[in-house]
Design a protein around this ligand. Structure first.
Ligand SMILES: [Zn+2]
Length: 143
């Protein structure tokens, strides 16, 4: 009987002891910091929103992630909820006209969106890895 030597492309490399996150929150925090959700090593992204193919420290294959537009939706929701009270306060309390409001709010919204996109993508990648989605294999610390 022939024994198959091929492995699934998504089979994770062996994890070093203690490298796996202790729980879901720890994995999400690693993603939020744009570090490897699996081992915590820096450098989850090679460019702004382009994750590395493999982690340099643990060799995890991150090309399996399928974040798509979800990080943008997260960034939009967070930006909207943070800016809405500011927008209301500026419109009611400050003596700013429509152009003044626009001059404050548009740059703020753009800066917040750009600042939130990469951490949101890190969180989505961590979420997918933690739950074993899209070919990731579920791994848990301690077995
Ligand atoms: Zn790693």
């Amino acid at each position: 009987m022939a024994e198959s030597t091929s492995q699934r492309a998504s089979a994770p490399p062996p994890a070093t002891a203690g490298a796996l996150p202790s729980g879901f929150g720890a994995a999400m925090a690693r993603g939020l910091r744009c570090t490897c959700p699996r081992c915590g090593a820096p450098g989850l992204f090679r460019r702004w929103l382009k994750p590395v193919d493999r982690c340099a420290a643990c060799d995890m294959d991150w090309s399996l992630q399928r974040a798509d537009d979800f990080p943008a939706y997260i960034a939009i929701i967070v930006t909207g909820h943070l800016l809405a009270p500011i927008m209301i306060a500026l419109a009611t309390d400050a003596a700013l006209g429509p152009l003044g409001l626009a001059a404050v709010l548009f740059p703020s919204a753009i800066a917040m969106m750009l600042g939130l996109l990469q951490p949101a993508k890190g969180v989505v990648i961590a979420l997918q890895w933690w739950h074993g989605m899209h070919g990731f294999v579920r791994e848990r610390a301690g077995g």
